[in-house]
Design a protein around this ligand. Structure first.
Ligand code: BV8
Length: 250
C-alpha cells in the first residue's frame, strides 16, 4: 500500500531520525543503549552546558565522532539516497527504479552523523546541523561553520581558527533555534503527496511537528519505526519494524 502510494506520488518528503542510523552502529538517543542513557540531554546538548563545561561537552562529541567515523551508511540510507534521485551506489543507471523516475524527493534529517551525505543523498536538509562541522562559540564570523573530520580533534577543546576562541560543534542544541532557511525548506516540503517519517521518536520539535503539518496539507502520512511513537496514532499508516529491512522491501 505504501509502495503504491510512493509510486503514484509526484512529491515525497522523508523525515529521518537516529533510528535510520541504528543499523550502522550509531547509538540512538532514547533507545535502550541510547546516548542519553549515560548522560541527560540538559546536561550536554545545550548552550548552558557548554558555557559551564566546554571540555565535558567536547568529550561527549569527540566520543560520538569517533564512534560515527567507524560507521557506514546502511541499506535504509541507500534506499533513501536512491529515491532522492542519485545514481545508486551499486552503479546501476539513474532512474533504474521506474517508480522513482518522476518522483521529487526532499529528505529532512534530525541526525548529525552525515551518513545521508555519505550515502549520496540529494535535496537533503540537515535540520540539526552536523557533528563534523564546527563553529565559533563567540560567533566571530557570523557563526559560519567549517568542516573538520579529524579523529581525534587536535587539542580538546578545539579553537576557532579565526579568533582563537572556543570552537563548538555546529549542531542545534536544545533551546537553540534551527536555521530559518532549513525550517523554511522543511515547511515547504510538507506540501507533498507522501510524508514518511523513518526512525524517529517524534518527540523533538519543531521536527516532530512536520508530520502534522503535512497531514493538514493533505499528504498521505506514514511512519516506519521500531517502536510506537506519539505520531503512530495520527499517521495514515504506521509500520513497526527495522528501517534497514522495511525500506529495501518498499
Ligand atoms: C527550538 C542535535 C526554538 C545535537 C538535537 C514545542 C513543543 C515542545 C518542546 C519544544 C517545542 N519547541 C521547542 C521545544 C524544546 C525542544 C524540544 O523539542 N524538546 C523536546 C525534548 C520536548 N526543542 C528545541 O529546543 C529545538 N529548538 O525549537 O528553537 C526555541 C528556542 C528557545 C526556546 C523554545 C523554542 C531544538 C531541537 C534540536 C535539539 N538537538 N540534537 C546532537 O545531536 O547532539 S535533538 C536530538 O534528538 C537529535 O538530533 C535527534 O535526532 C533528535 C530526535 O531524536 P530521534 O532522532 O528521534 O532519536 P531517538 O533515539 O529519540 O529515537 C530513535 C527512534 O528510532 C526510536 O523511536 C526507535 O524506536 C527507532 N529505531 C531504533 N532503531 C531503529 C528504529 N527505527 C527503525 N529502524 C531501526 N533499526
Amino acid at each position: 500500500m505504501l509502495a503504491a502510494r510512493i509510486r503514484g506520488a509526484a512529491r515525497l518528503t522523508i523525515l529521518t531520525g537516529a533510528g535510520v542510523s541504528a543499523a550502522s552502529g550509531v547509538p540512538t538517543f532514547r533507545g535502550p543503549e541510547g546516548l542519553w542513557r549515560q548522560f541527560r540531554p540538559e546536561d550536554l546538548a545545550t548552550p548552558e552546558a557548554f558555557a559551564r563545561d566546554p571540555r565535558l561537552v567536547w568529550e561527549w562529541y569527540a566520543w560520538r565522532r569517533e564512534k560515527i567515523a567507524a560507521c557506514r551508511p546502511n541499506a535504509a540510507h541507500d534506499v533513501i539516497a536512491r529515491w532522492s534521485g542519485v545514481r545508486p551506489r551499486n552503479g546501476a543507471t539513474q532512474g533504474s527504479d521506474p517508480g522513482t523516475e518522476r518522483l521529487k524527493v526532499v529528505v529532512l534529517t534530525q541526525n548529525v552523523d552525515d551518513l545521508h551525505v555519505r550515502a549520496g543523498t540529494r535535496n537533503l536538509v540537515r535540520l540539526h546541523g552536523s557533528i563534523w562541522e564546527l563553529s565559533c562559540w563567540n560567533r566571530c564570523a557570523t557563526g559560519a561553520a567549517w568542516r573538520d573530520e579529524r579523529v581525534p580533534l587536535p587539542e580538546p577543546p578545539p579553537r576557532c581558527p579565526r579568533c582563537g576562541g572556543l570552537a563548538r560543534p555546529a549542531v542545534v542544541w536544545f533551546g537553540e533555534s534551527l536555521d530559518a532557511r532549513d525550517v523554511g525548506a522543511a515547511v515547504e516540503a510538507t506540501e507533498c503527496d507522501v510524508f514518511l517519517t523513518v526512525g524517529t521518536s517524534s518527540v523533538v520539535y519543531p521536527a516532530a511537528g512536520l508530520v502534522h503539518r503535512a497531514r493538514e496539507r493533505g499528504a498521505f502520512t506514514a511512519e516506519v519505526n521500531l517502536d510506537e511513537t506519539p505520531a503512530s496514532s495520527m499517521v495514515d499508516l504506521a509500520i513497526h519494524g527495522p528501517a534497514e529491512e522495511i525500506l529495501p522491501a518498499l
